[in-house]
Design a protein around this ligand. Structure first.
Ligand SMILES: Nc1ncnc2c1ncn2[C@@H]1O[C@H](COP(=O)(O)OP(=O)(O)OP(=O)(O)O)[C@@H](O)[C@H]1O
Length: 224
């Protein structure tokens, strides 16, 4: 699905951040990505949806070399990857339901209102459909961001510290939705610092833990 072999990447003017990243996201699998703050978790997610391109090494997404993708090829890739960003990035002047539907409306597609209602129900935001994003709690915002990330039915869902600002109950509630998505066949990658979240999830379902440090993937600790 996403394959990296010896990938290097550095931001312009900075030292190389990823030096020898080799990983494979396996279709249908739930993955966690962990590692110290600043180790490059967000950067790795951005590489996965071609928001950044590797500066060295080999990388394919859905079987295609990412550096050879045309503009349309990149757009296709991004339709297949749903992203829950670390800061949820809503348009504050639009109601929650319209924010969730934005990936459809900006790409000129009709909004299936019944499907949108189902999605709002799934993330338990039916009562907040007409609310404005600033009025949502942290957990509600993350659930709305997840709904927006899956509205185009992506094959791969990336979530960047989705529980970063949530208490334990809200974190697990969001994690259950990610587990449900995975059970429905989606490949899921969750970047997180929270080892308790990983442990609690692994007690329920099988998950791969990828740990990034010093620019490369390391084996996850046996405590996980
Ligand atoms: N656009 C950018 N330009 C330059 N440097 C950047 C940029 N984005 C991130 N960095 C730097 O790259 C390094 C890795 O950042 P990244 O956000 O990928 O790490 P992270 O593991 O997700 O961190 P955290 O766990 O704190 O969110 C950091 O030192 C960061 O300051």
């Amino acid at each position: 699905m996403i394959e990296m072999r010896g990938v290097g990447f550095g931001y312009q003017g900075s030292a190389e951040l990823l030096s020898d990243m080799t990983l494979s996201l396996q279709p249908g699998m739930l993955h966690f990505l962990t590692g110290p703050s600043g180790s490059g978790k967000t950067t790795l997610l951005r590489l996965c949806y071609a928001d950044l391109l590797p500066s060295s090494g080999e990388m394919t997404a859905f079987g295609q070399d990412v550096r050879g993708l045309s503009r349309d090829g990149i757009a296709d890739l991004r339709r297949r990857v749903g992203v829950v960003h670390q800061d949820t990035q809503f348009l504050d002047h639009l109601p929650v339901a319209e924010n969730i539907a934005l990936p459809l409306t900006v790409s000129g597609q009709d909004v299936d209102m019944a499907a949108l209602r189902d999605l709002l129900g799934w993330v338990q935001l039916t009562q907040h459909a007409r609310a404005m994003p600033p009025s949502l709690s942290g957990g509600e915002r993350q659930r709305a961001a997840l709904a927006r990330a899956v509205i185009l039915s992506p094959d791969l869902v990336l979530a960047d510290e989705p529980t970063g600002n949530l208490d334990w109950e809200m974190s697990m509630r969001l994690m259950q939705l990610l587990i449900e998505l995975n059970k429905s066949g989606k490949t899921v990658l969750v970047a997180t610092h929270d080892l308790n979240l990983i442990r609690a999830t692994k007690a329920q379902v099988s998950a791969r833990v990828l740990r990034i440090a010093n620019g490369a993937l390391q084996l996850a600790g046996s405590d996980l």
